[in-house]
Structure formats: C-alpha cells, structure tokens
Design a protein around this ligand. Structure first.
Ligand code: NDP
Ligand code: MG
Length: 389
C-alpha cells in the first residue's frame, strides 16, 4: 500500500517532534508532505531536508520571508505565509491526513478547511474542540472524515472503545498525573513560580500545556474534548488522579468491567496509533516492563486545590459559549503568567472573572464563537491588568 501523506502543523513543537520520530520509524507507511511552524524556521529547514518536504508554512510573515531568502530549504520549496498559508497547506491535494499540533486555537480555520477538503484529522490541539467542538464535529460528520484523537487520554479511550457498542458504555475515566503540585497545600500554591510550574514530573511537553497540567486546566480541557469526541455528558466522564501516567485512561461498561490502556508516558504511542490506524506496527519507544516492580496508584482529584478543573467542569455544565470562554481566558492568563505579569493563583481567578463577565449564549455558528472568543480574551486582559495594578 502507498504511504499515507501527512501535513504536520506544529512540526517544530513537542508533538511535532514525536510525530517526526514515528514517521522516521515507518518511512514505508508514512510520508510528510507539508510542515508548518511560526518562529523556529531554521528547524523547519532541517526538517524539510530530513523528510524531503517541499511545502512549508510559516505563520509569521517576516520569518517566512527570511526563510524564503535564506537558501536553507530544499530547492523547489513553496512557502506559505500567515493564516492563509496554514489553511492552504492544510488542504494540499496530495495530503491524506492533517496533523493539528499547534498550541492554542489558531489552527481552527485550517483544520476546518482540511475537513472541507475531505482530509482525516489527527488532532492534538485540544483547544480547538473546546472552543468549537460542535462546529468541528458537525463538519467532520457532514464530510465523512475522521477526527482521530492524538491526546493520550482520548487515544486511550478510543482504543478501549474498539469493537464495543456505544450503548454499553457507562463512563469514560480520564486519568491525570496531577502535575507537580498534587501534594501541595493551598498555602504552598501561593508561592509557585514559573520554573516550578514548567517542571512536569512525567511528561516532556510544550510550555503552555505544561502550565495547564500544573493547574489541571489541561484535564478540564480534556473533559470537554472527550465530550465532543465521544458524545458523552459530564455525568459519564470522570477524572481520576494517577501519578505514574501509565494508565492513560479507561472505559467502564454497564456490566462494571473497566478496560484500560497502558503505555509509558511518551506521546509516540498515541501518535503512532492514530497515524497508522487501523494498522499496528512496531513502536518507537520501549513499552511497560512488568519484569520490574511497578505500582499504579489512583485517587480522586482535589477540586479545591485545583480550581481550574472545577471551573472547566462548570463551563461544560453551562454549555453554550462557556467552554470557549474558559479556554480563551485560560490562554490569556497562562500567557500573562509566562510573561511574569500575574501570579500563579491569578490564573483561576482571571478565568472565573471572565466566565462571570461574558453573557451566556448558545452560538449557532463559527462567527458567534469567534466573536465570544475575542470578547473573552479582551475581558480577561482587563482582569489581569487590574490584578497587576
Ligand atoms: P509546543 O509549544 O511544543 O509547540 C507548539 C508548536 O506550534 C510549534 O511547532 C510552534 O511553532 C507552533 N505554532 C505556535 N503558534 C503557531 C502559529 N501561529 N502558526 C504556526 N505554528 C505555530 O506545543 P506542544 O507540541 O506541546 O502542543 C501542541 C498542541 O498539542 C497543544 O494544543 C497541546 O495542548 C496539544 N497536546 C500536546 C501534548 C504534548 O505531549 N506536548 C499532549 C497532548 C496534546 P514554532 O516552534 O516554529 O514557533
Ligand atoms: Mg492529554
């Protein structure tokens, strides 16, 4: 069979790197035809040479011009600047699948465009489902394309659901490492620094998701993501803290049986599963070794210590625009924390204030969602300005 052609948005990032490792392991099955990034364009040039890629999107237009003039890319490379460029590369005629792994919601339009062109989507960027899950899932259904989950929890659930009847599913159980502060007291949370929050105990990921994991906003986003991917309500989605990050999630069936997916905490397992689906082949990383002592612990989450998780659940209950507002205000708050403009405990405070300030509505289409998203970002900025003052 011919190799599957993929376009990789976020090629220079953490998911991008794991995806490249999977592709390099299976050159007969996978082929990268387009790559996209924003700032690290010299790395994009190396990637273009390594995988013989001729289509390169660089969001930042000045970087795109510099890349084009650098002579560092393979001969005959076509460059695609800006959001338009991201959208065009996502729809490349020769592509079979789009891998969406750009941090935040910027890839929403390119992903929708790829769906419109009939491409399957391997989705890492959970933020776009939280913001516009209804629109994305409806578009995929209308076009008959698959949204395949790369996020490890959702990939685990996807694997545990294979061959089962949807009617038999009692609940989806999402595991969470609990991040670096799972043993902290509320008092200790007040003095968390950026360096502390950027040190995840189990996973090596990009900075935004690492901060989100430390606040457990990430698990909140994932609960909403699970709702859209698997069509289950909040009463059928449970979060369990599992510090070892070996069980990536579970599905409980009506008879009480629980199926779990296990692998070491490396994204290559979920990525390879999605890229080769429904085929399987030898993995990139070594798997769990049961000849060695291994303990697996589970405990309920602490919603008081992690208000971001509670706020995400409340946003999901509120439905309508609330999840998009949660996501937008979280992005603004995390950016502000990373820029040393606010303290760690201001992150949930800003989200809560923004959720209270944006009027509830049930958006009917993309324009309304984009409008509410912009309004939430604007309001969140005003709250961090007042926190800072
Ligand atoms: P990173 O910060 O490591 O990488 C982000 C990538 O996005 C980089 O390639 C960056 O390009 C690119 N990018 C950022 N903004 C733009 C833009 N405007 N246009 C084009 N490219 C852009 O993030 P991660 O890989 O950790 O995360 C990516 C997504 O995957 C996130 O949505 C995250 O939630 C999700 N995810 C990540 C997991 C992980 O293990 N890392 C696990 C599950 C989900 P450049 O470097 O060139 O600026
Ligand atoms: Mg995850």
């Amino acid at each position: 069979m011919a190799a599957k052609n993929i376009v990789l948005l976020g090629a220079t990032g953490s998911i991008g790197e794991s995806t490249r490792r999977v592709v390099a392991k299976h050159p007969d099955k996978l082929n990268i035809v387009g790559i996209a990034g924003r700032n690290r364009w010299k790395e994009l040039a190396e990637i273009a040479h390594e995988f013989d890629v001729k289509h390169v999107a660089i969001f930042d237009e000045a970087n795109c011009r510099a890349a084009e003039q650098s002579g560092l890319f393979p001969e005959g490379t076509t460059f695609y600047p800006g959001l338009e460029g991201l959208t065009a590369i996502s729809c490349l005629a020769e592509a079979d699948m789009l891998v969406t792994a750009i941090v935040g919601t910027l890839s929403l339009k390119p992903t929708l465009a790829a769906i419109e062109c009939g491409k399957d989507v391997a989705l890492a960027s959970k933020e776009i489902l939280v913001m516009a899950g209804k629109v994305v899932m409806a578009a995929a259904k209308a076009k008959g394309v698959r949204i395949l989950p790369m996020d490890s929890e959702h990939n685990a659930i996807f694997q545990c659901l294979q061959g089962e009847r949807d009617i038999d599913v009692a609940k989806l159980i999402l595991t969470a490492s609990g991040g670096p502060f799972r043993e902290f007291t509320a008092e200790q949370m007040k003095s968390v620094t950026k360096a502390d929050a950027l040190k995840h105990p189990n996973w090596d990921m990009g900075p935004k998701i690492t901060i989100d994991s430390s606040t457990m906003a990430n698990k909140g986003l994932e609960v909403i993501e699970a709702h859209w991917l698997f069509g289950k309500g909040r009463d059928q989605i449970q979060v369990v803290v599992h510090p070892q990050s070996i069980v990536h999630s579970m599905v409980q069936y009506v008879d009480g049986s629980i199926l779990a997916h296990l692998s070491p905490p490396s994204m290559t397992f979920a990525i390879q599963h999605v890229l080769l689906y429904p085929e399987r082949a030898e993995g990139v990383d070594a798997t769990v070794d049961f000849t060695k002592m291994l303990s697996l612990d589970f405990r309920p989450p602490n919603y008081e210590l992690f208000p971001c998780l509670r706020l995400a659940m409340e946003a999901m209950d509120a439905e309508g625009i609330a999840p998009a507002v949660f996501n937008a205000s979280n992005e603004i708050a995390v950016d502000a924390f990373m820029a040393d403009k606010i303290g760690y405990c201001d992150i949930p405070r800003i989200i809560e204030q923004t959720l209270a300030a944006v009027p509830a509505c049930d958006p009917q289409g993309l324009d309304e969602i984009l409008h509410a998203d912009a309004e939430a970002r604007r309001l969140a900025q005003t709250f961090f300005t007042s926190v800072h003052a």
